[in-house]
Design a binder for this molecule. Sequence first.
Ligand SMILES: Cc1cc2nc3c(=O)[nH]c(=O)nc-3n(C[C@H](O)[C@H](O)[C@H](O)COP(=O)(O)O)c2cc1C
Length: 351
Amino acid sequence: MSELGSRKGDHIDLAISGNVGFRKGTLLDEVQLIHCSLPELHVDKIELATDFLGCRLSAPLLIAAMTGGTERAGLLNLKLAEVAEQAGVALGLGSQRAMVKTGEVNQEIAASYRLRQVAPSIPILGNLGAVQAAEMSTSLVSEMLDAVQASALCIHLNPAQEMIQPGGDRDFRGCEDAIARLADELKLPVIAKETGCGISASVGHRLKKLGVQHVDISGGGGTSWVGVEARRAHGDKVRQGEEFWDWGIPTAASILQLAPLQFQTLIATGGIKSGLDVARALNLGANLAGIARPVLQALDAGGQEGAISFIEAVADDLRAAMLLTGSGSVKALQEKPRLIGPNLQVWKAPL
Ligand SMILES: Cc1cc2nc3c(=O)[nH]c(=O)nc-3n(C[C@H](O)[C@H](O)[C@H](O)COP(=O)(O)O)c2cc1C
């Protein structure tokens, strides 16, 4: 198997059973939603449906980018796609780097990302690292997205992971130009996405100037990608990975940083475990919440039924939180007041 393929296998194994969570939290528990004892709502009439990239999702949820590129990853992708289609939520593909490694689209590898036959109606998000995007022409990126009938391209920003990853990228110059070029020239929307370290207000401003309208802050508090790479590393990178394990901006803090910038879509991924977490993220200003590792773990433990039950429980908790705050719609929830604890309050200043 190629180095890329065996790395993906390690990532899946570590995400399922390795102890690779952040040791610090998302700070979402610092968001106190205000209880409403007089909701005047019927729980079955609460509207979770949300528009995203021209599709109507049954809840504001996304199974965040995970995998692709090998036979095992392709099977996982098919299962995740069936789950997402049945649950009516969006789906992110893992990095598509493996399918364009040779400078052209490799149709055999592309098959592991091709999911439209089982997921015809949901948004499917393509995925590429910013460093790889900088090395590719717009027409090749476009071909890569067409090959899987993607609805958008996530460009992932993951310098912390790369710093610890054996053989990871070390040169991050040229990514701004690549993002601006792709945002301008691609026919599909570009989503700038972190992978668990969050996005600050200043980076958010830079992304906006580059023409990006959609962001996934993917903040700290869930899967630690520094942690994943520390588990795979040798020698001094193990020590460095331990030292930087919790590096990043917690998910709640990153939402606070970016909410004032009024992106068209603000996705909150990173450590989202329940519908109450989703409710808090939406209330802070997100439009959608993304979940990666907990969905993979639910799929591993209980098959597709397990993953669907997990997503349904998240939607159910969200519905309960909406009723209990007196919010009939996502928009109403976003407008409700909240109390913010001191550890999150400090992140309110744009940084
Ligand atoms: C097994 C696995 C593989 C991942 N691969 C990618 C990837 O290829 N591209 C990407 O942008 N993010 C990738 N991620 C990061 C997630 O999309 C997400 O940003 C991060 O794990 C935080 O979410 P979580 O705490 O819900 O896991 C991966 C996550 C997991 C668990």
